[in-house]
Design a protein around this ligand. Structure first.
Ligand SMILES: *Cc1c(COP(=O)(O)O)cnc(C)c1O
Length: 422
């Protein structure tokens, strides 16, 4: 990837002026702090900001419910009965999937469990689950509890790949070597496409290929990847994936989540699954037959009818993604995060190191900054100066300039404030 690294000659304000996406900043509500000043919001990796159109979409459904009652399921501007199809269309382009390979339902960890019901099928010889070290705790708990559910000890069943001694990121070659060496005992490879802590982006295509050679099922948790980096889940031949929509997708706190199931798997009716009426063939769903006939594709994993008030914010947000396109967002993102890295390196400070890979191909927009000491206090002082970012033990402040609404000036001001503090 070619990146323009002539940051010295460009001031932040000049880069903002020539940024074709700057106008999108106006399409989001940027939180203000006590004195009415805008915050420097660098925590879209935890909760994305609210698009200004979101309220209209929620109000629309409140109104439809008020005026039409139950008829809102098949009447009104966006009938609830087919609401998920509208979302799937837009979501598929972010996932790099066929339309029938994605569905929006439940929440992320719940979906990981439901997908493991189908895709973690341990046998005596092949029962292990491979993960990256320091996976998001919820994923670790989910995996450990699935192992226990099947009668295995998590300590024996989890294969964790770590960075080498003295390194902060995991080498792809080490992942591939472990798959090759231990693959025959691994039932499932489940990795965070971008690790939430280090910000490392994994080579999902290669991992999937290597896993399949060994006969493993390969899934990804894309909570930190969706809407952050371009994805090609179908072409990479990934078996399944899951993500939440409140981080880079900006659909609001706890908003409904999504999953991907590759058509190779989605059309396989022999896979075990926990079924519910919403996954049943739409033609006969309301004839209320007693035998379950799954919808082919990801929609067949639905259990309940969609939470419309939670799903409504997805539409305006996904429309913004359609309008701009992941390629343009990624292009700005690489530059914006590159600028952040450049300014941090200019500080030449002994107080911290960046633990996120410096290769843009191995990261999204987030940089994780590890402080030698006093990370928590530094975070508190940043907060006192209107910077919104987050702190994760041990010693790491995660900073994520989101290309939709962060400016080069945000990044510049953040580093100036950090410079004062350290
Ligand atoms: C944010 C995040 C979660 C959160 O799980 P919920 O079920 O939405 O509460 C889980 N896993 C990863 C990797 C995450 O980044």
């Amino acid at each position: 990837m070619m990146i323009d690294n002539n940051f010295e000659e460009n001031s932040a304000l000049e880069m903002d002026t020539s940024d074709g996406l700057l106008k999108y900043r106006e399409m989001f509500h940027i939180p203000k702090i006590a004195n009415g000043e805008y915050s420097i919001y660098l925590v879209g990796n935890s909760l994305g900001l609210q698009p200004i159109n979101t309220i209209q979409y929620i109000q629309q459904e409140i109104k439809t419910w008020k005026i039409l009652g139950v008829n809102g399921h098949h009447e009104g501007e966006r009938p609830w009965g087919s609401y998920e199809s509208t979302i799937n269309n837009k979501m598929a382009s972010l996932a790099g999937s066929k339309v029938d390979e994605v569905v929006t339902m439940n929440s992320l960890t719940v979906n990981l469990h439901l997908l493991m019901v189908s895709f973690y099928r341990p046998t005596q010889e092949r029962y292990k689950i491979m993960m990256e070290a320091k996976a998001f705790p919820s994923d670790q708990y989910a995996v450990a509890s699935q192992l226990k559910f099947h009668g295995y000890q998590p300590e024996e069943g989890i294969v964790e790949i770590e960075p080498r001694e003295g390194e902060t990121t995991i080498r792809t070659e080490d992942i591939l070597k472990t798959i090759e060496k231990e693959g025959k005992s691994i039932a499932l490879i489940l990795i965070g496409g971008i690790n939430y802590y280090s910000g490392q982006l994994f080579d999902m295509k290669e991992i999937t290929r290597a896993g399949h050679v060994q006969g493993c099922v390969v899934g990804f948790d894309l909570a930190h990847a969706i809407g952050n980096v371009p994805l090609k889940l179908h072409d990479w031949d990934v078996d399944f994936a899951a993500w939440c929509n409140y981080k880079y997708i900006n659909a609001g706190p706890g908003s409904v989540a999504s999953v991907f199931v590759h058509n190779r798997q989605g059309r396989n009716e022999d896979l075990p699954r926990f079924a519910g009426w919403w996954g049943h063939n739409k033609e006969t769903r309301f004839e209320m037959p007693s035998k379950f006939d799954p919808i082919p594709g990801a929609e067949g994993w639905q259990i309940s009818n969609l939470n419309i008030l939670s799903a409504a914010p997805l539409l305006p947000s996904l429309d913004l993604f359609q309008e701009v396109g992941m390629d343009a967002l990624r292009e700005k993102s690489v530059k914006l995060t590159g600028y952040l890295e450049y300014l941090l390196n200019q500080l030449n400070s002994e107080a911290f190191t960046i633990i996120t890979p410096s290769d843009p191909e191995q990261r999204g927009c987030q940089l994780s900054i590890r402080f030698t000491s006093g990370g928590k206090t530094i975070h508190e002082r940043l907060t006192g100066k209107n910077v919104m970012c987050d702190y994760r033990e041990p010693g790491v402040i995660r900073v994520a300039p989101a290309p939709f609404y962060n400016s080069f000036d945000d990044v510049y001001r953040f580093v100036e404030i950090l410079k004062e503090i350290v």
